[in-house]
Design a protein around this ligand. Structure first.
Ligand code: DI6
Ligand code: FE
Length: 407
């Protein structure tokens, strides 16, 4: 007997191939031990629903998609940056604020002051907002601690959230996010600390599933980024990169050489960068919330990525400075309106390709037999509605690893 069976469902399996959205119109999903054991036409079920599963759910014709995956967030942090937002509206730029000790560094101060419990408590409403939209997997980065104690506390807070909430958490060590004030003028010495002490400590405790860096003229250059990647490789941790957000540093091509899971932002990505990513199979993570909030004008080269065959994900970049966003559905709308991604690309970008960007493609991101039973059930008539609306949540209920989380 299966644990549960969904019938009367329209499935957007998001399996790439024959039909748009991998759609199965009169579909059924069977679940056992948190895993999909049936995914296909209801007509092909081997028996009557009642004799197949302990619990039978009637989706009443609703669409079911894979649970959404938010593959790039900085959802754990202390304080907020609303005052800085006001200053930007009075004329200051993002880069000026950072140089004046504000920006990321003001969040670093607030994060260092916060206890693990406070970090968790402050993050929970953001996590709940994401879960409320059918998100079943969230990546959370460190990067606002910038010393060993505060970075590990951030990562522990992220792991704790995974224990408290019905959501899968992937953690990423982002020690090379910004230069902490005590290392002013000594970026290489800080990278020494990241590589020789912080990363090994994080790896020894199993606190990070991947390693990220911010390669930018206001953060770290390609040599420093490469040192971080070398150490990550040595420790057996996959890498990803904040690349070409504000300028073309050649970060994407560098990351591709280290088989990066993803390169993220990419507003200034070059043709060489795109083809290197295609060869390495790195996912391009689009972050339209940051583009919008910083009033960026350089749209990431979507057509180039399409032509090169680079998979594209879409994420919130949930963070206090450049994207205080906790709606992945809104990001899908922005990916369509601002970046001209199609609604199908946007949904693939928050399911299949987002899972791939986390190295979880074998486990999550599509509705397929053998994958985790992570589902979002929607009150919509067609999948394009998920990208179409602005600030409307049509979620009916969600299932994570076979358990109903929200209804
Ligand atoms: N790029 C971003 O958009 C965030 N981090 C990064 O490297 C912004 C982080 C912040 O402003 O707090
Ligand atoms: Fe980011």
């Amino acid at each position: 007997m299966w644990d549960s069976l969904w019938i009367n469902a329209r499935l957007a399996t998001m399996v790439a191939g024959a039909t748009p959205y991998g759609a199965i119109e009169d579909g059924a999903l069977g679940i056992k031990d948190g895993v999909l054991v049936y995914c296909g036409a209801a007509a092909d079920l081997p028996d009557r629903p009642g004799s197949l599963a302990l619990g039978v759910h009637d989706a009443e014709g609703r669409w079911i998609t894979p649970g959404l995956v938010d593959c790039h967030t900085h959802a754990v942090y202390g304080g907020d940056r609303a005052a800085e937002f006001e200053m930007r509206l009075e004329g200051a730029t993002y880069e000026e604020l950072l140089k004046a000790g504000g920006g990321i560094l003001s969040t670093v101060r607030a994060t260092r002051e916060a206890s693990l419990d406070t970090l968790v408590a402050r993050a929970l409403p953001r996590i709940d907002a994401l879960i409320g939209e059918g998100v079943t997997t969230i990546e959370i980065k460190s990067g606002y601690g910038l010393d060993i104690a505060a970075e590990t506390t951030m990562l522990r807070a992220a792991r704790r959230i995974g224990e408290l909430c019905p959501v899968n958490i992937a953690t990423t060590f982002l020690g090379a996010h910004a230069l902490p004030p005590e290392f002013e003028g000594r970026a290489d010495a800080y990278i020494d600390l990241v590589c020789q002490e912080a990363m090994p400590a994080v790896a020894a405790e199993g606190l990070a599933d991947a390693v990220d860096a911010f390669c930018e003229h206001i953060a770290f250059d390609t040599d420093q980024t490469e040192r971080v990647f070398q150490k990550a490789q040595e420790l057996g941790l996959p890498v990803k990169l904040h690349a070409e957000q504000l300028s073309d540093m050649g970060g994407a091509a560098l990351a591709a050489r280290y088989n990066a899971l993803s390169c993220d932002h990419l507003e200034f990505l070059s043709e060489e960068g795109a083809s290197a990513m295609a060869k390495a199979g790195s996912v391009a993570v689009m972050l339209p919330g940051a583009f919008y909030f910083l009033r960026d004008t350089n749209v990431p080269p979507i057509d180039l990525l399409r032509r090169a065959g680079v998979p594209m994900a879409v994420s919130t970049d949930c963070n206090p400075g450049s994207s205080p966003a906790t709606s992945l559905l809104l990001m899908m709308n922005m990916a369509a309106t601002l970046f001209r991604m199609t609604p199908e690309e946007a949904l693939a970008g928050t399911t299949r390709e987002a899972a791939r960007a986390l190295g979880m493609a074998h486990q999550r991101g599509t509705l397929e037999v053998g994958k985790a039973a992570d589902l979002a059930v929607w009150n919509i008539e067609r999948p394009a509605e998920l990208s179409y609306r602005i600030g409307f949540n049509p979620l009916h209920c969600a299932v994570r690893d076979g358990d109903m989380t929200l209804r």
